[in-house]
Design a protein around this ligand. Structure first.
Ligand SMILES: C[S@@+](CC[C@H](N)C(=O)[O-])C[C@H]1O[C@@H](n2cnc3c(N)ncnc32)[C@H](O)[C@@H]1O
Length: 221
């Protein structure tokens, strides 16, 4: 059993449980046509984000890392029409592709895309008094995941869910001296969660079309 089987299982799950959605398919096609890297969440993972947002009744969501807007659309679709989702994307050309797909999905009024490095956008959000957020999805540059998590925990509503993607990194998370700053960042994230009394969390390993990885899920009290 290897990546082929993992992909087959993803496809099987998607074929039965992830309904065909024109806007999501169009967003994937637009990203592909524009040459964006195919590093968006898988359809079952997109559905998981959507379900989590519905489970917590999210009305306010923050996303780090928009890419072409695929996970953004999944999340925004989980909210009522007066819900608000802020998504942060560093790359101007990706942001342009995402803006078009979000608009085609009819979600312009729900989604606010802020283009620029997230660490530069966060003080602007702070100044605007953005939040508190009911769900935060952290999926941007992995080396800053702990910084984004710390900001999210400060700006989360009670009962909020914080999700950080790509924390297992091919099974290297447990390595103590990898010398790789992205792995060290994920280990720091785990240490932060372990020592922060405001949050409780866990990490689930995943396999799929993009290999062996996983996500951290934390609940804010
Ligand atoms: C894994 S992709 C996001 C995928 C998207 N969440 C999805 O599943 O459809 C990571 C994105 O983070 C963006 N990114 C990288 N560094 C960033 C930063 N400092 N601030 C904001 N976005 C950043 C990348 O340009 C890329 O589009």
């Amino acid at each position: 059993m290897g990546e082929d089987a993992w992909t087959e299982v993803d496809d099987y799950v998607a074929s039965l449980l992830v309904a065909h959605d024109e806007a999501l398919e169009a967003a994937l096609a637009a990203s592909r046509e524009a040459g964006l890297p195919e590093i968006q969440v898988s359809p079952p993972q997109g559905k998981l984000l959507h379900l989590l947002a519905r489970m917590v009744g999210a009305r306010s969501i923050l996303e780090f890392g928009t890419l072409g807007g695929y996970s953004t659309i999944w999340l925004a679709r989980a909210m009522p029409r007066d819900g608000r989702l802020i998504t942060l994307e560093a790359d101007a050309s990706y942001a342009e592709v995402a803006r078009r797909s979000i608009s085609l999905a009819g979600l312009e009024a729900v989604v606010s895309l802020r283009q620029g490095p997230a660490l530069e956008t966060l003080p602007e959000l702070e100044a605007e008094g953005a939040g508190p957020f009911d769900l935060v999805f952290i999926d941007a540059d992995k080396v800053h995941t702990p910084d984004y998590f710390a900001w999210a925990a400060e700006h989360a509503s009670p009962g909020a869910v914080l999700v950080a993607d790509n924390v297992v990194r091919g099974g290297t998370l447990a390595e103590t001296d990898s010398g790789d700053e992205t792995i060290e960042a994920q280990r720091r994230l785990h240490e932060m969660i372990a020592s922060d009394p405001r949050v409780t969390g866990t990490t689930i390993q995943t396999v799929g079309g993009k290999g062996h990885d996983g996500f951290t899920l934390a609940l804010v009290s």
